[in-house]
Design a protein. Structure first.
Length: 150
């Protein structure tokens, strides 16, 4: 990528979330990503500026991928490498087991398909499913908000 991507926060009204806006260098289209920070004044603008700087650095370094494009397998490998490896073996086993159940029962191809409502239903119905003995098993899996589909 030859040009630097610039990300700027944009407000669409008080109380609405700041949007992080940039132009896709390949397609030339304007892209807006929610920051999750409500527009409540100068302090929220500074927070949105910080988040825009992080997104800009990720975009320019090639680290950012839209949550809708992240596959389950990519997420799982990254999550295990970056988060689970630092945990105790028992926690690693418990979380891996929960991820295996999600994979076996929901068979997600894209991470975005595991939205908050889908995961909530899965956790609630978990103990009643075949091969799952303890609903607490699912509480160890936390899908980071950046990856959630909503």
């Amino acid at each position: 990528m030859s040009e630097t991507i610039r990300v700027r926060p944009n407000s669409y009204g008080p109380g609405r979330s700041w949007m992080l806006v940039y132009r896709d260098p390949v397609s030339g289209k304007k892209v807006a990503v929610t920051s999750g920070i409500p527009n409540t004044g100068k302090r929220s603008k500074r927070e949105a500026d910080r988040k825009a700087a992080v997104l800009e650095a990720d975009l320019n370094a090639g680290r950012y991928r839209s949550p809708s494009k992240v596959t389950w397998q990519e997420f799982r490998e990254t999550y295990e490498r970056e988060h689970l490896d630092a945990l105790s073996p028992r926690t690693f086993d418990s979380t891996s087991s929960a991820l295996n159940h999600i994979e076996r029962l929901l068979n997600p191809d894209r991470l975005a398909k595991l939205s908050t409502p889908v995961m909530s239903r899965f956790i609630t119905a978990g103990p009643a499913r075949k091969g799952v003995s303890d609903g607490r098993l699912f509480s160890t899996v936390v899908v980071p908000p950046a990856y959630r589909g909503g």
